[in-house]
Design a protein around this ligand. Structure first.
Ligand code: AHR
Length: 670
């Protein structure tokens, strides 16, 4: 009875924030009462090379260990011939060794030496098994390349082709080596049929000795057809999120396992055969074929603002932990090392933004991009322990970047958790030195997100802005359930409501290759052939594809009591189009009637597009399953005030177009 009596009590979900003045985002004059400007770049992505996100993932290279640089320090079981097989088909014989005497480049010390003692009928050489096999599509072209140096006087006919366990899968391409200097050879292979576990074979067909390095195979069709490019289907899935920014390249990867493992951006640019590969903190290897140039280019291709993160001159406090013995913990560069390191950061800004006449701008131009990459943000540090060692180095970097690049927004760090010592000290330090923005991270149970919907309501508007750089609701078993995705959706409405203090937010991690994850859950899973977006992915997509820059309070109200932890809504306007977007999240197991009052917002169409995500709260999406929970779209008629029944366990996004925009579209069509 009590419940019934309360039925008509409106529960206000867009708590009145008023039109508070704020400075970081562009202020639009004369915002109507009950509205405020919010970050126009709120929802973006965080890319880290974890879970084979880069090599074996987004980076389209199909050959694993192409430069024979794998070692046991990457992974205890690995060595320079990991993923390679010595190939002596047709009764040939000889030896294969790994040498370092006369490399292709000093940065790329290991190479394979093939000593063909008898070429037999089929030649002697190497077979690469790729990342869980090489996935090829019938009829598609693959670009092969290799560097070879003859170690004996004779020229070698070298043949390459794709094969499966059953037989050849492509044309054979043959070329003759020329001379005793390292030289690049290329060939085009066309797959005759689709296969998810092909192998690449390269064999020399005469006696003698030759050195090989950088054995590479790319699909011709990379994302935007970029050379040294990205896997098209995976890159497109990321692009479809329409992320407004991209943070890269980590995460823990940035501050590394010990000082020697700190990510150094300069090692990742220039010709791929001259880049310095290194151990990945997540127990594998970074070829850095996906390096800073490719990161910047990808950001540009998908319309995301680049947000690189550099280490704060200290290594990860957990360095040397887990299976490594004799950990170093957090260590800092010496003052001399800091000088050089700070110069590297200045050079990075010049690489991104400097004119082609500058030293580093020239390198960007030489890579094919004379225009600047329009870098506006830089992160310094990742989840670091806030110690004197850290603070001293952070401030050294901060002071120089601030003085020389006042146009760049600097993002600091507040440790690995949403609260606790490093969070408190991180904020205290940020306030002391007035850092523009700080990066907060939290991976928590869905309940934590639901219990913290008001977290940012009380954050000071005049202090540093917030970047929620890593977050995810971790359901039992670390599964990507609808229940976890809806907890994130509820929370994201609170980020919008606080979009005057929260400038950016990104789910983490972004990618996970099935069978190679060091971390779960992730936003997008994949195999060599399949892309498997999670329900959480669709939540991110629905928010980022429908974002706005003005927030309106008190537009949506739930029409039942006790919904504070199960129901939330937000209302934003996209000033560019004039469209109004409502998000309504109902985490209850019964539908909830909501009332929408657009009275204060004029000039809107009388129909709206509703996209919903709903289903069994415990459901998870599986690769290619027809039962997967994906967004469903329909049209509804609306008035100035209308009701909407939010389905049980659902996110609904209601997009209402502005009349002016629709009229303009009609005129343009004519
Ligand atoms: O996102 C995975 C890891 O979580 C990141 O590398 C690190 O910053 C955090 O601890």
């Amino acid at each position: 009875m009590k419940k019934l009596a309360c039925f008509f009590v409106y529960v206000f979900v867009c708590m009145g924030m008023g039109a508070q003045a704020q400075t970081a985002h562009k202020l639009k004059p004369k915002l109507p009462a009950g509205s405020k400007a919010i970050s126009p770049h709120l929802f973006g992505i965080f890319f880290e090379d974890i879970n084979y996100a880069a090599d074996g993932g987004l980076y389209a290279e199909l050959i694993q260990n192409r430069s024979f640089e794998y070692t046991a320090s990457d992974n205890r079981e690995w060595h320079p011939l990991t993923a390679w097989r010595f190939t002596t088909e047709g009764f040939g014989y000889g030896t294969i060794t790994i040498e370092t005497n006369s490399p292709l480049h000093a940065n790329n010390p290991h190479y394979a030496v093939l000593n063909v003692e008898d070429e037999g009928r089929e030649g002697v050489g190497l077979t690469n098994t790729g990342f869980d096999g090489i996935a090829v599509k019938g009829g598609e072209q693959y670009d092969f390349s290799v560097f070879i140096k003859q170690l004996t006087d004779n020229s070698f006919p070298v043949t390459v082709y794709l094969k499966s366990r059953k037989g050849k899968l492509s044309n054979e391409a043959t070329f003759n080596t020329q001379g005793k200097d390292w030289k690049k050879y290329t060939a085009a292979l066309t797959a005759t049929e689709t296969n998810d576990s092909a192998m690449l074979v390269i064999v020399a067909k005469t006696k003698g000795k030759l050195a090989l390095d950088m054995i590479s195979l790319f699909p011709k069709k990379t994302f935007r057809n970029r050379p040294n490019g990205l896997r098209a289907d995976l890159a497109q899935t990321i692009a479809d999120l329409q992320p407004k920014f991209m943070r890269f390249p980590g995460g823990c990867l940035v501050h590394g396992d010990g000082l020697g493992n700190i990510y150094q951006w300069k090692n990742t640019i220039g010709p791929v055969e001259q880049r310095i590969t290194q151990r990945n903190i997540w127990n594998y290897h970074q070829s850095v074929g996906l390096g800073y140039f490719e990161y910047f280019q990808f950001c540009e291709d998908i319309g995301a603002k680049p947000l690189p993160v550099v280490a704060a001159g200290v290594s990860c406090q957990n360095s040397g932990g887990t299976w490594r013995i004799g950990g170093t913990g957090q260590k800092g560069f010496t003052p001399d090392e800091m000088k050089a390191y700070i110069q590297d950061i200045l050079d990075l800004i010049e690489y991104a933004n400097g004119a082609p006449t500058t030293t580093w701008g020239a390198k960007r131009a030489a890579a094919g991009h004379p225009e600047p990459f329009k870098l506006e943000y830089i992160g310094i540090g990742n989840e670091d322990k806030i110690t004197p060692v850290f603070k001293e180095r952070f401030k050294m970097i901060y002071d120089v970047v601030r003085a020389q690049h006042p146009e760049i927004t600097i993002i600091g760090t507040t440790g690995p958790f949403h609260s606790g010592e490093d969070y408190d000290l991180g904020w205290q330090f940020a306030n002391e030195i007035k850092v523009d923005m700080v990066d907060e991270h939290y991976y928590e149970k869905p309940e934590w997100f639901i219990n913290n919907l008001k977290r940012y309501d009380t954050y000071a508007r005049s202090a540093s802005k917030v970047y929620v750089g890593e977050y995810a609701a971790h359901d039992a078993g670390r599964k990507n359930t609808l229940r976890s995705a809806l907890a994130e959706a509820l929370y994201m409405t609170s980020l919008e409501r606080n979009g005057d203090v929260v400038s950016f937010a990104s789910y983490a991690p972004l990618l996970g290759r099935r069978g190679h994850t060091q971390w779960n859950p992730n936003l997008i899973y994949f195999t060599g052939t399949q892309i498997c977006p999670t329900i959480n992915y669709y939540v991110q997509k629905l928010f980022a594809n429908n974002d706005g820059d003005i927030y309106y309070s008190n537009i949506v109200t739930a029409h039942v009591p006790d919904t504070a932890k199960t129901f939330a809504a937000s209302c934003v306007k996209d000033s560019k189009t004039g469209d109004i977007i409502l998000r309504i999240v109902n985490r209850d197991s019964v539908p909830v009637p909501a009332k929408i009052n657009l009275g204060s917002l004029g000039g809107l169409q009388s129909t709206a597009v509703v996209t919903t995500l709903s289903g069994d709260p415990m459901a998870e999406n599986r690769c290619g399953d027809a039962q997967n929970i994906i967004p469903q779209t329909s049209n509804i008629s609306i008035g100035k005030s209308f009701s909407y029944q939010a389905p049980a366990n659902s996110l609904s996004v209601i997009r209402i177009q502005s009349r002016a925009k629709v009229k303009k579209q009609h005129v343009e069509k004519k």
